[in-house]
Design a protein around this ligand. Structure first.
Ligand SMILES: [Mn+2]
Length: 410
């Protein structure tokens, strides 16, 4: 059987129709909000801000489940993907999998298409958090609307327990908990489409239940086996590898989208440094036309002062990992200072080895300490921001900072 046929067998299930039709038809926020006026209660299922496959699928499937249980006409149940629609293209494994499982993209609602704060003010919002249990800083205002949490991260917010239905368990994937809920409360609605959505997500999150990866728990394994009873002729490794491939497939993305795909930003002291992580090698960037201009544009448009690009390459045959790191800033002093911070790191050191790629303005290195991920580099960049001496470019920022400090100090 061709791979395509196998995927198509997931068929079009009920997912497209679980939201009251007129609500999800309207894609523009105005239309959506206009339609939402008809409902006394709007129940939103919100994933975390990374909008990875776990968050996206957990939110879509949980909304479907809640809708089954709560089909009163006065209540709308909506999954909301916690990114702006423009960024959806960057979640390549999510777009790939939702397409494969026949979820039409125009039925999805993104955070910039619904005014949750307005609904909360009108006291019409009920919020279920999936795949996270703490609202991000700019969504804190929604806190009082939270009625349910389904999550597999460490519980950071305990005082909600009284008013909230909490399902928090350290399993490999939030979708394992969603699947478990479905099997216990509504097993009859698990068709091939829903089973495949949950199945693929759990496999991706647990590295295909691989023991050595230490992600999968007993429960993840049992749920995967149960889901397999709803699926025909699928193999774990096939589904996992297709998703893994889609996750690292940057072929459809522009350079700017590549930088934004997996981006962390460190800020403070009026400094903003972006740390994108890109699969592959720095050498690959040479193919990018007008690279320096693109980097400068990216920096200017987002008010960054510098860019620390990390690349990672997994060789699937040798299982070897290679890391590289490069620093860019239109300000040579800042660039130099960041490089010195990275070079001077100890415990662990990054073991940097200069690379001459011939990309002007970019200082590039092989990073021989492959264990030092962004979790190590990010605090280094933060220490640069906090401790760096005032440079030419940053002088203004630092002065502003001092002035604002002075204002609050009596
Ligand atoms: Mn997750």
């Amino acid at each position: 059987m061709r791979e395509q046929d196998r995927w198509d067998r997931t068929g079009i299930g009920g997912l497209g129709t679980f939201c009251p039709d007129k609500v999800v038809r309207g894609r523009k926020s105005l239309t959506t909000m206009g339609c939402l006026n008809h409902f006394e209660e709007v129940h939103v299922v919100l994933g975390n801000e990374s909008c990875d496959l776990d968050s996206a699928v957990a939110s879509v499937v949980t909304a479907f489940l809640l809708h089954q249980k709560k089909s009163e006409l006065k209540c709308a149940v909506l999954p909301v993907l916690n990114i702006v629609r423009r960024d959806f293209r960057l979640r390549t494994e999510v777009t790939f999998f939702l397409q494969k499982t026949n979820i039409p993209f125009d039925l999805l609602i993104f955070k910039d298409e619904i005014d949750l704060e307005k609904l909360r003010k009108e006291k019409r919002l009920c919020l279920t958090l999936v795949d996270h249990n703490v609202l991000s800083a700019d969504q804190q205002c929604l806190e009082e609307a939270v009625v349910r949490v389904i999550d597999h991260h460490k519980l950071e917010c305990r005082d909600r327990r009284m008013r909230c239905d909490m399902t928090v368990e350290m399993v490999g994937s939030c979708c394992t908990l969603v699947a478990e809920k479905m099997f216990t409360t509504c097993p009859s609605v698990i068709d091939q489409q829903i089973a495949m959505l949950l199945y693929g997500t759990i496999l991706l999150d647990t590295v295909c239940l691989l023991k050595e990866a230490k992600r999968a728990t007993e429960k993840d394994i049992n749920i995967v086996i149960k889901l397999e009873t709803k699926l025909e002729k699928v193999t774990r490794i096939e589904v996992f590898e297709a998703l893994q491939k889609a996750k690292f497939d940057l072929s459809g993305l522009t350079f700017e989208e590549m930088l934004r795909k997996d981006l962390k930003v460190v800020e403070g002291n009026k400094f903003r440094i972006a740390i994108p992580s890109i699969p592959g090698f720095l050498e690959d960037l040479k193919a990018e036309p007008k690279l320096s201009i693109a980097m400068e544009e990216f920096i200017t448009q987002n008010n960054y002062h510098g860019l620390v690009i990390m690349t990672i390459h997994h060789n699937s045959e040798t299982r070897k990992v290679q890391r590289q790191i490069a620093v860019y800033s239109p300000d040579p002093v800042i660039k130099e200072q960041i490089v010195n911070t990275l070079k001077g790191a100890q415990d662990p050191g990054l073991e940097l080895e200069p690379l001459h790629l011939g990309i002007s303005d970019l200082m590039s290195f092989n990073q021989r300490n492959i264990a030092a991920s962004r979790k190590v580099v990010l605090p280094l960049v933060r220490s640069f921001i906090q401790e760096s001496p005032v440079s030419s470019h940053s002088a203004k920022g630092k002065t502003d900072f001092l002035r604002s400090t002075r204002q609050v100090t009596p």
